[in-house]
Design a protein around this ligand. Structure first.
Ligand code: UD1
Length: 423
């Protein structure tokens, strides 16, 4: 297993091109399950998670062909089977979303439950209720969901009790080929939902309202193929913007949809960095001096994303004052706190709140990546720290950040990947 070693205290200067969004790409990869025509995805990130999803799709009989660096060609004239086994689903939770498309296409599916994960229980009850509302018969057996819809899925009204990105996407994927109209109420409004709807609509689906709380889907009999460009990754962009704000320097991010991070920019500016928004690029600059304290409260889009909470904490951990960080989406998403504390941070966690008393500096230390976004906060803290930080369990980072050491290295970061004898 690899580790990342960072020698900190070098400001970042340069340009970083943002990749396609992981969270969109892995859902878009389920789309070809709904058609016998080819689907080509461009602006695809090359990540551990997209490789895991590719492996599952190949198991289901799809041809998965990488064409150059960022194009993926997917084609499923027929499916080889209707089962997604535990070994393939457990690697990545979002692969559970193949259930709806397989069910829509074949009338039956057997998909392993994804299980919990480090940031909380993360159940799939809303996914299953949505599929049941669409007429599926669902049984749970030995860790698997066995779903059937002999006469095909039927449009329905589905009102989510709270906002779920995954359940909204799953319901959309299942409803596009259902008979009649489906209305999703209290749907998630994330840009990745709009990206999925755009791709499906280009294939002949009839989805309106994606990006709003009420989404309408008029079922169609079949879908054609398409070529679709994956939306830029707002979480990767936010992570590098926060890296520049934390380590100091001047970084231009390109291939960015900065309108997708409307909740972040004013807070970075409040912390003391300069943010200049251009057409599809953003310039972040921060000079010397400590950041200002800033409170944040995570919420569903368009609120402050939970996926940037850990990285924001690494920034305000150095502030001249105290910040309160409240996590409202996941019940256990403060695992980065003990690791930041190892680097000298002063943080107290009380339930869903972290009280972050700013310290003048971080000091490099051996730390452990615990989940994908938490690992990114340790990288950002390491960039600012005095001395060397060793981050082990880098596979978490590789799930969601393409060439992180190369992108940051090009901006002058002293960062390298090396084998971890202890990992
Ligand atoms: C997606 C993102 C993840 C992000 C999260 C919230 C992907 C691959 N992952 O995760 O990076 O942090 O949105 O923006 O896109 N819940 C239930 N029952 C369900 C479904 C969810 O109780 O059936 C709960 C979850 O445990 C969580 C909350 O609802 O507390 C929101 O989860 P959800 O929006 O579904 O997140 P994901 O789609 O898993």
């Amino acid at each position: 297993m690899d580790k990342i070693v960072i020698e900190g205290s070098y400001p970042l200067r340069g340009e970083i091109r943002i990749s396609g969004a992981k969270n969109s790409a892995i859902k878009l990869m389920a789309v070809p399950l709904l058609t016998d025509r080819p689907v080509t995805l461009t602006n695809m990130p090359r990540l551990r998670d997209t490789r895991s999803m590719g492996g599952l799709l190949e198991h289901l009989g799809l041809s998965v062909e990488q064409d150059g660096d960022s194009t993926l060609k997917l084609h499923a004239p027929d499916l080889a089977g209707t089962e997604a086994p535990y070994d393939l689903v457990r690697k990545m939770r979002a692969s559970f979303n193949v259930l709806g498309p397989i069910l829509a296409r074949e009338g039956q599916a057997r998909v392993s439950l994804p299980g919990g994960c480090a940031i909380g229980a993360r159940p799939v009850d809303l996914h299953l209720k949505a599929l049941e509302a669409l007429g599926a018969k669902i049984e749970l057996e030995q860790g698997y969901v066995i779903a059937s819809a002999k006469g095909g899925l039927k449009g329905a009204e589905i009102s989510f009790p709270f906002v779920s990105v995954g359940a909204t996407e799953h319901a959309m994927l299942a409803a596009v080929l259902a008979k009649g109209e489906t209305v999703l109420m209290n749907a998630a409004r994330e840009p990745e939902i709009v990206d999925l709807a755009d791709c499906l609509n280009a294939m002949g689906a009839k989805i309106t309202g994606a990006g709003r709380s009420e989404v309408r889907i008029e079922g169609v009999a079949s879908l054609s193929g398409t070529t679709h460009s994956v939306v830029p990754d707002r979480i990767e962009a936010g992570t590098y913007a926060l890296a520049a704000a934390t380590a100091g320097g001047s970084v231009r991010l390109t291939n960015v949809r900065h309108d997708h991070l409307g909740a972040l920019w004013p807070l970075i500016a409040q912390a003391g960095a300069r943010v200049s928004l251009d057409d599809d690029s953003v310039l972040i600059e921060r000079g010397t001096g400590r950041p200002n304290p800033v409170d944040i409260d995570t919420s569903a889009y368009p609120g402050f994303p939970t996926d940037l909470q850990a990285q924001f904490m690494a920034l305000v951990g150095l502030a001249d004052g105290t910040s309160i960080i409240r996590e409202n989406i996941f019940e256990n998403r403060f695992m980065h706190c003990p690791e930041l504390i190892r680097m000298g941070a002063d943080i107290t966690v009380r339930g869903r709140e972290a009280i972050v008393r700013g310290v003048p500096e971080y000091v490099g230390a051996p730390v452990m990546a615990t989940d994908l976004r938490a690992s990114a906060s340790l990288v950002n803290a390491g960039l600012a720290a005095r001395g060397e930080t060793h981050i082990s369990r880098v596979y978490h980072l590789d799930r969601g950040f393409e060439h992180i050491e190369v992108k940051l290295g090009n901006c002058g970061a002293h960062i390298r990947r090396m084998p971890d004898e202890e990992g």
